[in-house]
Design a protein around this ligand. Structure first.
Ligand code: KG4
Ligand code: ZN
Length: 340
């Protein structure tokens, strides 16, 4: 079964065709990061407009290369409302006019499925799902493909978002994660021993706003503002980047370790853009987990449409199919109802 996937939840316009949930036949991610860089983050209205220009030419290219498809899958949430509407409306229109079934996919679930698409991936349940992206940070117990319940999430910023904001404070370009990682390589993480956030009574939840404020005050001085001049020499920034990175990422590793034990997990699947971080991989591997860790293949870690088409294959087999005219977009996940 060939599935055409469309992903426009944020600032990437992505189109893919995947056969039977695994075999990627077409895979393009048209990133808008350069256009948004000058605003220091994603400019939602511009993202929607760019999706309009890019979706149909990419779909046309996919069909030219791969031929007809059997089903259309679209990321209909969570993400930016305008961006989601662009991809979803395109998918609805194509499904209606080509008379094909349509499946709406939660793009955060799909980030976890990406780790199941690797060549060496095995399916072992119950498993721990760890999503670390620009929009989400959460731990989930996965009981089968596409079925999970939430263990913990962030009460404020997502981990990738904290990297992006700290990078902006340091005058680094957007998206900031890879720039912080590069700078941190030459720094000493022990010179600025930042502490990760603690959420009282909720051991698996995350909080990054306190950590971010500590970095702000370290760079701009006590009670400094984002616009204040730096109160430290430029040469200190690499140590601050290393200290911040260590605090933010070890928090993910420690909480994942505890959650995997508490929920008797047989494997860990990781997803989201922050899995690009070699520092995160090193910290996970240093922890010597007794269960296997599955990372998304490099081309499937950022937002992409192959993971959407891949997961849709399983959802369709399980009976999910949406009417092209009824499918709705959802900008936020209903986290409370998903709690374990
Ligand atoms: O999954 P993704 O494409 O976006 C969302 O769905 O939100 O992830 C993008 C995020 C950005 O915040 C980016 O800074 C972060 O992933 N990121 C990293 C690294 N590479 C990407 N964060 C830390 N270290 C990295 N090497
Ligand atoms: Zn994402």
């Amino acid at each position: 079964m060939k599935i055409l996937g469309i992903e426009t939840s944020c600032d990437e316009t992505a189109v893919a065709v995947v056969e039977d949930g695994q075999k990627i036949l077409f895979h393009v991610i048209a990133s808008q990061a350069e256009e948004h860089a000058r605003y220091g983050g994603v400019f939602p209205e511009m993202a929607s407009r760019q999706h309009i220009d890019r979706i149909l030419p990419l779909v046309e290219q996919a069909i030219e290369e791969v031929g007809d498809v059997d089903l259309i899958a679209v990321a209909n949430g969570p993400g930016l409302m305008g961006s989601l509407l662009m991809g979803t409306t395109a998918a609805q229109t194509l499904a209606y006019s080509w008379n094909l079934p349509l499946v709406g996919v939660n793009h955060v679930d799909a980030h976890l499925y990406a780790a199941m698409m690797g060549e060496k991936a095995q399916l072992l349940f119950p498993a721990l799902g760890v999503v670390v992206s620009g929009g989400h940070t959460f731990l989930a117990k996965i009981t089968s493909v596409g079925e999970y319940s939430l263990i913990g999430t962030t009460v404020d910023d997502a981990v990738g978002e904290a990297f992006d904001k700290v990078a902006t404070l340091m005058g680094l370009p957007y998206p900031g994660g890879p720039h912080i990682e590069k700078l941190a390589k030459t720094g000493d993480p022990n010179l600025y021993p930042f502490k990760p956030g603690v959420v009282k009574g909720r051991p698996f939840d995350f909080s990054y706003s306190g950590l971010k404020t500590n970095v702000l005050y370290t760079i701009k001085g006590k009670n400094g503002l984002k616009s204040s001049p730096d109160s430290i020499p430029e040469s200190e920034k690499k140590h601050i980047a290393a200290g911040f990175q260590h605090a933010a990422l070890s928090d993910v590793v420690e909480k994942s370790f505890k959650a995997a034990q508490t929920f008797s997990c047989k494997a860990i699947y990781l997803g989201g853009g922050v899995t690009n971080s070699q520092a995160l991989k090193d910290l996970f591997h240093a922890k010597n987990f007794s269960i296997p860790l599955f990372w998304p293949p490099a081309n499937l870690s950022l937002d992409n449409a192959a993971m959407i088409a891949g997961l849709a294959f399983h959802l369709y087999q399980q009976g999910t199919s949406d009417s092209p005219l009824n499918i709705k977009v959802f900008p936020k996940i209903d986290l409370k109802s998903a709690l374990c």
